[in-house]
Design a protein around this ligand. Structure first.
Ligand SMILES: NC(=O)c1ccc[n+]([C@@H]2O[C@H](COP(=O)([O-])OP(=O)(O)OC[C@H]3O[C@@H](n4cnc5c(N)ncnc54)[C@H](O)[C@@H]3O)[C@@H](O)[C@H]2O)c1
Ligand SMILES: O=CCC[C@H](NC(=O)CCC(=O)O)C(=O)O
Length: 489
């Protein structure tokens, strides 16, 4: 009998579509198998969400907060099991999976604060009556999640959407279905009413059936710029449906005038190689001065990078990075490295595919200063490209020479240099002497250019989960103190 992996209208059901599975990319073992949701099941889930929306949205905000806080309690009670689930579905080291679960728990209180601050109710005095600004939910929204933070990032849409009174159709990445199932079971234990959150597991066909369905009022997406642009085109001509796109990056990190070389190298490594380079905010391009200090930083970076431990998510001691999401992703990084060599890049540390039947790779560094027309592509893995510069503004111009604009950073002892960098750099996250990964949930999280559509997530997710309603109200209809000219009563 097929595994009941779809959660529709409060019931766990087997999918009616194609069978698919998830492999533990570190151990090359199947950890999950199920059938995708069919178009008919997508339709049924949307109908269930629509049927549940009025009663969910009619609850007081406080009542919705109670349910969401019970979910946070479930996360806390099950944090180790969920962390192991994330590690097995993604390959990421357990120490890091635990931080992802912690981010999921922290998301709840932050989202409650954000809702109240960004979309709460405000009353303003007026001569006759009362003026209010309130917010209302869009209705039925679809949430699409990526594979790299399969718990935390869909959670960053689902929690604010539910708090605002929306009902949700959740379409997780087909690469991490086990995490999605585990998370939705915790929502079920938290007592969400039937139909409020529906899980639609499947591959692209399921995603297309959901995204193209006229029964959704909006779609909140985290994933690649390729898919995001596809969805943006699909929603063209449908301004009545809200679309929030959180997409990729091709992020620069510039270093100039640092006195602590080890600290600079630490922040470069933390920016480029954490999560095996599978974070949207990872540093992809490192700009180093073409001088003795730049040489010293590069030499130390090469030495530290060669000693980075890659390993199984449950190894003891823990590795810095675990496996990438799939063998295909690992091969893709090798191909990207070769493409850059063919364009004139020089391998300083070779990105190696450590075990051909797993996704374990070691991080790589490639000197790309001599590559003309450097490809503006996101290589979503642990491959750092190095560029040497002699003029700081030229480095900033090169850093801005991208269609993306998610994260950027400067490592420098000079505040003046940072103020100049801050004024010139184009990105939604701009850091100084801190890694450019690890953004706070208590701040807006979004990029410009091909990294987003001006709907920042995290603390600003509340903004796209509800629409404003301005009202002027009087307890009884009554005549104004003074009639307008030309009126006779
Ligand atoms: N900006 C951010 O907040 C952020 C965060 C994490 C990851 N990302 C980006 O996400 C990417 C990695 O995630 P991914 O590979 O899972 O992204 P992806 O675009 O391949 O998939 C994301 C989701 O979209 C679905 N999907 C894919 N193609 C679709 C289609 N044609 N129609 C409908 N649905 C479709 C997938 O099933 C999945 O649920 C990287 O580019 C990374 O930079 C961005
Ligand atoms: O992979 C993409 C970025 C992951 C992470 N960013 C966040 O967690 C943003 C905060 C939030 O969405 O709550 C990072 O910056 O490393």
């Amino acid at each position: 009998m097929s595994h009941a992996v779809q959660f529709i209208n409060g019931q766990w059901l087997a999918g009616e579509g194609k069978s698919f599975s998830s492999l533990d990319p570190a151990k090359n073992q199947q950890v999950w198998q199920g059938q995708a949701a069919s178009a008919e099941q997508v339709d049924a889930a949307i109908n269930a969400a629509r049927a549940a929306q009025y009663s969910w949205g009619d609850l007081s905000f406080e009542a919705r907060v109670e349910v969401v806080k019970r979910f946070a309690e479930q996360l806390a009670e099950n944090k180790e099991a969920l962390a192991l689930c994330i590690a097995r579905d993604t390959g990421k080291a357990l120490w890091e999976s635990r931080t992802e679960v912690a981010a999921m728990i922290g998301k709840v209180d932050i989202s409650v604060r954000a809702y109240e601050e960004r979309t709460g109710t405000k009353e303003n005095p007026m001569p006759q009556g009362r003026a209010f600004i309130r917010h209302k939910p869009h209705g039925v929204v679809a949430v699409f999640g990526p594979y790299n933070f399969p718990g935390h990032l869909p959670n960053g849409h689902i929690v604010p959407a539910l708090l605002a009174g929306n009902t949700v159709l959740f379409k997780p990445s087909e690469l991490t279905p086990m995490v999605a199932e585990h998370t939705v079971k915790l929502w079920e234990k938290a007592g969400l009413p039937a139909g409020v959150l529906n899980l639609l597991q499947g591959e692209v066909d399921t995603g297309k059936a959901l995204a193209s369905h006229d029964g959704i009022d909006g779609l909140f997406f985290t994933g690649s710029s390729r898919t995001g642009h596809y969805l943006h085109q699909q929603f063209a001509g449908r301004p009545e449906k809200i679309l929030a796109l959180e997409m990729g990056g091709n992020n620069p990190l510039i270093v100039q005038d640092v006195s602590n070389i080890d600290a600079a190298v630490h922040d470069i490594v933390q920016s480029a190689f954490i999560s095996a380079g599978q974070r949207c905010t990872c540093a992809r391009k490192l700009f180093l001065p073409a001088n003795a200090q730049g040489d010293a930083i590069l030499a130390r970076l090469i030495e530290v990078t060669r000693n980075i431990k890659t390993g199984l998510y449950d190894a003891d001691p823990q590795p810095f990075i675990g496996a990438m999401i799939s063998v295909a992703a690992a091969k893709g990084m090798r191909a990207a490295q070769q493409q850059l060599v063919d364009l004139g890049g020089e391998v300083l540390v070779e990105l190696q595919h450590l075990q051909s039947d797993t996704a374990l790779v070691s991080p790589g560094i490639i000197e790309c200063s001599n590559i003309k027309n450097f490809p503006d592509e996101e290589h979503f893995g642990p491959l750092l490209k190095v560029f040497r510069f002699t003029d700081f503004d030229t480095a900033i111009d090169a850093a801005n020479n991208t269609s993306f604009g998610l994260s950027a950073g400067l490592l420098s002892d000079s505040q003046e240099l940072y103020q100049h960098f801050y004024r010139r750099i184009r990105a939604g996250i701009v850091n100084w002497n801190r890694p450019i990964t690890g953004a706070s949930s208590a701040a807006p999280f979004g990029g410009i250019g091909g990294s987003g559509n001006h709907r920042a997530s995290a603390y600003y997710a509340a903004d796209y989960c509800a629409y404003p309603v301005a009202s002027v109200e009087l307890d009884q209809v009554s005549m104004p103190e003074q009639l307008s000219p030309g009126l006779t009563f």
